[in-house]
Design a protein around this ligand. Sequence first.
Ligand code: HT7
Ligand code: ZN
Length: 879
Amino acid sequence: MQATYLKDYLPPAYRVTHTELTFDLDPSATRVKARLHVERHPERDEADLPLELFGEALTLVSVAIDGQPLEPHEFQEDEKGLTITRVPARFQLDTEVEIDPDANTALEGLYRSNGMFCTQCEPEGFRRITFYPDRPDVMATFSTTVIGDAKTLPVLLSNGNPVEKGELPNGRHFVTWEDPHPKPAYLFALVAGSLEKVEDHFTTMSGREVLLQIWVEPENLDKTEHAMASLKRSMKWDEETYGREYDLDRFMIVAVNDFNMGAMENKGLNIFNSAAVLTHPQTATDATFQRVEGIVAHEYFHNWSGNRVTCRDWFQLSLKEGFTVFRDQTFSADVNSAPVKRIEDVSFFRTAQFAEDAGPTAHPVRPDHYIEISNFYTLTIYEKGAEVVRMLRHLLGWDDFRRGSDLYFERFDGQAVRIEDFVACMAEVSGLDLNQFMRWYAQAGTPEIDAHGEYDYATGHYHLRLSQRTPATPGQFDKLPLHIPVRMGLVGTKSGHDLTLKLTDESGETQTLGKDGVIHLREAEQTFVFTDVEEAPVPSLLRGFSAPVKLRYPYSREDLAFLLTHDSDGFNRWDAGQRLTLLALDDLIAAHRNGVEKVMDVRLVDAYRALLTEASDDKAVLAEMLTLPSEAYIAEQQPVVDVDAIHAAREFVRQSLAWQLRDEFLAVYHDNRSDEAYAPTPEQIAERRLKNVALAYLMSVEDEEAVTLTQQQLDQGANMTDVRAALTLLAHSDRSDLAEPALKAFGEKWAHDPLVMDQWFTIQVTRPQADVLERVRFLMNHPLFSLKNPNKVRALIGAFAQNRVNFHRLDGEGYKLLADVVIELNRLNPEIAARIITPLTRWQRFDETRQALMKAELERIRAEKLSPNVYEMVERALA
Ligand code: HT7
Ligand code: ZN
């Protein structure tokens, strides 16, 4: 299968200035007429260039230029599209095709979900709707007429504003929509169905009134309030923080049940996976409320970072995704607890993106080739891309960063551009040389920094030596040093306070950085000298995770305990606790492997006791501090992953803490129960989280009191956060006499709600008990499970693959099950198949027996007739 290379980029030979579409909707035979207003591209103004249109799974009915039907010899059609050999410099192209939405299980292009027609065009889905130059640098205004049956499809939506509607013969009707903003085809959207709406309004900063609509199936009308409030908050925040105003008269969101990702930022008509938009206190957890807020914001922010200014080609994907993730992360931090948001984002990043960067599918934030672009909607493009933008913000400071952002939006409005264009704006406004910084976009792999500090009592100098190295990744062996912003402080061991940072260079010139400053690491090895340091410090490095790197510093356990209580940076306080816990876990993992008795580190117990008893004014941070590193994160720290030893060591720590701090956990549990009516406020969310963290510790030893409290919390059914926490604890306990009836009752109560049933599936397949694999097989035959629904696949199969002790069973049955699903999905939905396969691609991290079993399953998949998506993943995994 052929790869596409960034170095081969050429502007398109022809551009489309205006696109007129007419859809005559039918479940299995939809007709699409397209009239394209085409002209030669000024940068490729050579006569005789053929017009190349992409098209897949289309049945061509007719093609004409300027009203003249083409003869068969005047065009060629193959499985990739249509080529017309001779065309004038400017012309109108008319095509008509027939497509089959019901046969579309890939959920790319036009398909049906629960009887509703909907589209997903990013990255290359529009070519499954009509023949088109389906690439992001072809931007046109669109006018779309949707025709459908008036009874079954009363609502007909597309991008922009409705300009005409009417009745047609045979019980049909139509609506015409016009989108005045030129856009690439990937932002096109159409929705038709029997939907109902919730409406609101937003007045923009220049006083324009925008109509806001959320369209859902009637039974979900009571689940839209939070998404609407989140949308209004996002619109206001983008005006206040980035000066960005919305630019159409209406903004619509539609919820659909079958969707490959979370949501899609189509111009004026965002389409959402119902899991990313619907919430109700009785059906959604706090985590879902916060996720919905973040995704609504993310898609809305794309209106500027992605839609008004888009990508020249798909290699630039992180231009819109990295910047938009950075924007949504900052928004969520501003409207919730900022340190907790950072802790959550970084712990996810260090677990999942670091693993991607260390594996066979590692790639730079701007890849230089791909076989299937859908495979590149990765943590590296999104999350590492956001970290790179965050570093720019650290390097420039907020004011210059905002000026750079303003310049970028102003200069490139309405254009399709490259990552360099964005970084050049930042360099221009700040005067910084960002040439070395651009390496962050080109080099894959996680840089590793080794740090050493030395305090000279005689001179009061503190020497901080930093060395950096980025490991080799597939296709990239030698890496150059990166420009890394290291935010830091020096915490005085006597005073417990941040000391003033006076950075002094070789010539003796001193720069005062204050008590919390950013130093610029540019060389492979560099020493930073701080002068007038009044007392011996413990360095607090990489505050707020100021760069996406692994930092090693030979901290003693005493240093870490000191930082845990004294660091002024909330993130680094949490990180010190994580490091301290990891040191204890290391010893316990070794003890388990060597078959010797495990002994709990008393310093860890003391540290947790202090956390539990010393009054903390930030319950959200406290809950994070009390949360042990996940098995996946612990695994990331090990040279060879021993899933059983990691599980045993972590359980041992959990249970030891629960035994020794039982009264403290009980007190926290009782102090944080509240009778207030549910609201997704940061304060309430923090209390619930803290209470449920305490309950989880108590239940880890399953004593009668803990079991009673858990059962009571479940029976009370106050909200889904508390119910799910309690049900999970019972279902994951050894008390099958309680677990089974609880699961049964929950399943019966919520059988009508697909999103709650997703949670029911997940709770069951994430149990640590050894019978889980059989349960997965059993649940795959449950009438509510379907491989055609990506949410169900994620809830059951995806969740099972995260159940480390059971997925990595030594008989290889976990791997076999996943491979069977990949093979089936390869046929039904290649995008999802290529995502769900990921755990198998990480075989190098395990012992030889498991490596062989995982590779055998990859080979078995390779022997199938594969989609480009799965082919690319398997080839990279086995290379
Ligand atoms: N920009 C959107 C990406 C997306 C997508 C990509 C591939 C396949 C299906 C998809 N659905 C949505 C979502 C976003 O990042 O906002
Ligand atoms: Zn996005």
